[in-house]
Design a protein around this ligand. Sequence first.
Ligand SMILES: Cc1[nH+]cc(COP(=O)(O)O)c(CN[C@@H](CCC(=O)O)C(=O)O)c1O
Length: 305
Amino acid sequence: MADRDGKIWFDGKLVEWRDAKVHVLTHTLHYGCGAFEGVRAYNTVNGTAIFRLQEHTERLLNSAKILRMNVPFTAEQINEAQKEVVRVNKLQSCYIRPLTWIGDKKLGVSPKGNTIHLMVAAWEWGAYLGEEGLKRGIRVKTSSYARHHVNITMTQAKAVSNYSNSILANMEATEDGYDEALLLDTAGFVAEGAGENIFVIKGGVIYTPDLSAGALNGITRNTVLHIAKDLGLDVVQKRITRDEVYIADEAFFTGTAAEVTPIRELDRVQIGAGARGPVTEKIQSAFFDIVNGRNAKYAHWLSKV
Ligand SMILES: Cc1[nH+]cc(COP(=O)(O)O)c(CN[C@@H](CCC(=O)O)C(=O)O)c1O
């Protein structure tokens, strides 16, 4: 990732991609206190636009607030930085990664007196779980790792430190030949994927874990709640057990990177017909209409760059 042409927004300035470096004694490298966002820009029918930019920036600043990090940039500056990075790198559709971290002024657990930094990078990133996965669905394994307890790590923060849990779950699943992991909360109820929220469909009703299970309050999850309402489908947010996923008619993951990815199998148990289900296909198609600017009702969710 480090050796490529382009520009990165680094503490208010555009720097050469290869020069966007930090010192090895950077606090966040050692202690993991930092926050990031995953955002996408799409090449819409009206040109390149960033999807739900305000919501992502708001979540980044809320994550920093939860982590007691005082980010020295406003929401407007962070929004503009993301637009600038897409523009200056001449990207039409891309993935945008803002990251805020604690600097190298001092080490020791307490970050008091240290500097808070912010960078924004963007690059082309296709289907996170594969084009095939988007169409046919993916194979998922329930992880042996539980999702965070809501009072051990801060699950509403998209915190750097939360992702060791995701990394271990994803590696365990993929090394066993699956595409992604599903994590249960410490009480054994379904929480979310290693990098995604989950939805299941049973008898025409859509279910998703309520946020008490420690899942991130996903912006794509919220988008699907709007889509379901538009389609006249009920959504129930509740505690979901792994065997409710087994006997579901359909299931899918959502995320900025994953978009809407059907799940065809969990723990070698086929879900429904073992393919992308009809309701999932409707939701996926509505999602891509929205992000590509083909649904005027959600034009306000697209920030032109
Ligand atoms: C743990 C987790 N849960 C849910 C979501 C979905 O949230 P949202 O993107 O707001 O709908 C994501 C996003 N995962 C990001 C990181 C992926 C990565 O590999 O890095 C993403 O999708 O950008 C998570 O990381």
